[in-house]
Design a binder for this molecule. Sequence first.
Ligand SMILES: [Zn+2]
Length: 212
Amino acid sequence: MSNIIDEYPRIEEKIKKRDLKDIHYIVVHHTVMDDEPIKADVYRLLKYFASKDNHITPGKPLPAPAYHEIMEVVEGKVEFFEISYSQDITYHAGNWNKNSYGISINQMDYEELTVDQYKRLVGRLADLCIQFNINPGFIRGHRELKGTGWFLQNKKFKLRKICPGFVNLRVLREDVHQHLRNRGFFRGLIDEKQYIDKKYINGFTDFYRELF
Ligand SMILES: [Zn+2]
């Protein structure tokens, strides 16, 4: 884990703060920059957030990067970069910002994770569950969040994002849970009621349902 928080031109007076005990969710994202020259490179991503061209606060730089952490492959190796303090309330998931920690998989394109990337992600999410005392049932993919991931329109379910890409979130939570159990943490059950709501999942078309 590299801490590169100070690489960002933080606008401290504009960054809202929280207690660590207010972190109840870990939200997994996926970042792909379509336009050159910003591609799968955490420093370029930071430049993008600091520029007026960012899509989150158009015309103004973000006070702090949108996420707390980035997972990226650097010269063939999976690396994690801490880009915001956990206490920072960053702009990554609308109404969920205050109570969630945002981690993004930064890639060149929408690619499935390699086995190595996936394993490292599971291990890192397990660490975060321990750090913030979060049951793996509280891990969310961005697309699972009401309002910012999906919304209702004319009684129909609409997906705003497929973020974090082709990660099966149900399997991911189970794998994190198993990982924690193997390490002797969270002997209890995954808190399924926190994320399974068949009513919502069934509201999507088959293609999207597959993603959940
Ligand atoms: Zn996202």
